[in-house]
Design a protein around this ligand. Sequence first.
Ligand SMILES: [Zn+2]
Length: 155
Amino acid sequence: MSEKVYTRNVEALKSGTVIDHIPAGQGLRILRLFKLAEYGERVTVGLNLSSRHMGSKDLIKVENVALTPAQANELALFAPRGSVSVIEDFAVVRKQKLTLPETVEGIFACPNSNCVSHVEPVSSHFAVRATANDTKMKCKYCEKVFSKDIVVDVR
Ligand SMILES: [Zn+2]
């Protein structure tokens, strides 16, 4: 797909961030966990859009907010093949393929209910490591290692 075609697809966005190639069903979760609606800017969410490569996908556009590369990579926990485009003046100024972050802070609670992070005034902090068939997250405070799916399901 050429850059030109892509820009046309996001023509409604003058400036902001487009998160694309989110697996269908994860869009609302990303919106909530990463508090994308709390910037007070206009957010457009597409659910179950058709995708040549993925069958169906979700897509999120946030106006006037440019996610940093580090913020974008935190999304990779939900959208391992996602992409984040930052738009200025209708042009894509940065397009990033997501890669797993080394650490994730302040987003997920530790699944270990005895973990000190639940009683101390600290941000949660996990080291992220991909294994052959899973992604592991290790809590900095209790040093327990969890499967990513266990951590991200904790409310
Ligand atoms: Zn912990």
